[in-house]
Design a protein around this ligand. Structure first.
Ligand SMILES: [Ca+2]
Length: 334
């Protein structure tokens, strides 16, 4: 008689593990919803950092968003300011509370006692191979790497929303906010050897922006998360128009999260040495991408010595499938 026992083994899919570091404002909140509502993702920790808003506000916003999703993921509060710079928030863009100033209720839970940097170190050491997704300035991650450089090799992917490779920035012509805010931290991460995938601001404009019809479509889902996702971006929608002349809701962090969830939405990418400008005031925080591999040329080695020392290139993303990114968003908000 053949045994059927083997046919009744329940195949449990192992969930992929994410750690999300965020300066939780309006687009971060939508990105958190995407991860927290993904059936095949376990968010092991959310760590917060000063950026779009003060870190205490970012922590409240992360907790509020987790509660909206019915998630009990631990939230750890982190760095209150960049490594070496004065802190400059982006509340002009996201509202004073980072969520468009709609007086959302205070979260019922508080942050964990442990700090974000320790939580990053412990989470990666306990769960090597996890995916790190960074949605804010890289201060916490840099502090963790300075304490434990070996962490870099234990992360399978580090998906970074940040930078404006070879294009226009949103704080200065040269720089995007997350990198501009703490360029020294970004430099530590880029030189660490971590498997960085750089989701620059240029991917989050143009056809990646939710237009008026798409905003209405999301509203029509009628779910609390859909309502919140549109409402909390009300100020950001206005600010994006003032900043770039583009209509609609730009969602940089959710675009990065869509890449983290499903890398097959990326349609063009290449690997390069990436350096971060930290000396100049004019180009502070510029993500300088060696697209033509000039670092390989003997004549240029001196300038690129530090990048070459690590010998590690980052994946720089140049294009995504916008229809599929929006499908991923809609799936999370329905
Ligand atoms: Ca952010």
């Amino acid at each position: 008689m053949p045994s059927f026992a083997g046919q009744f083994v329940i195949l449990r899919r192992v969930k992929r593990k994410f750690l999300i570091d965020t300066d939780t404002a309006s687009d971060d909140a939508v990105a958190l919803i995407m991860a927290l509502r993904s059936a095949d993702i376990e968010v092991v920790a959310i760590t917060t950092v000063a950026g779009n808003v003060e870190v205490q506000q970012a922590t409240r916003n992360a907790l509020y968003t987790a509660e909206l999703c019915g998630a009990d993921v631990p939230v750890y509060s982190g760095a209150e300011r960049p490594l070496k710079r004065a802190f400059v928030n982006a509340s002009w863009f996201h509202g004073h509370d980072g969520l468009g100033d709609h007086d959302y209720a205070a979260p019922r839970r508080g942050a964990e006692k442990q700090g974000a940097v320790e939580a990053i170190i412990e989470s990666i050491e306990r769960k090597p191979g996890l995916v790190l997704v960074t949605l804010g300035p890289l201060t916490n991650v840099a502090l963790a790497l300075e304490k434990k450089p070996g962490l870099a090799a234990k992360v399978s992917r580090c998906v970074v929303m940040g930078g404006a490779p070879c294009c226009e920035g949103n704080v200065t012509p040269a720089a995007e906010y997350n990198i501009w805010c703490d360029p020294e931290a970004a430099r530590v991460v880029m030189r660490s050897g971590m498997a960085v995938e750089l989701v620059g601001w240029q991917l989050c404009r143009g056809r990646a922006v939710l237009n008026a019809a798409e905003i209405e479509e999301v509203r029509s889902f009628g779910s609390p998360v859909a309502k919140f996702a549109i409402e909390c971006n009300s100020r950001a929608q206005q600010a994006f128009l003032e900043q770039s002349g583009e209509h609609g809701i730009a969602l940089p962090d959710p675009v990065a999260m869509a890449v983290a969830l499903d890398v097959s939405i990326v349609t063009a990418q290449s690997e390069h040495y990436v350096e971060i400008e930290t000396e100049s005031e004019l180009t502070r925080g510029m993500t300088v991408v060696d697209r033509l591999n000039v670092a390989a040329n003997e004549r240029n080695r001196e300038v690129w010595a530090e990048a070459l020392k690590g010998g590690h290139k980052a994946k720089v993303l140049w294009a995504i499938d916008n229809a599929r990114w929006k499908e991923a968003l809609y799936r999370a908000l329905r």
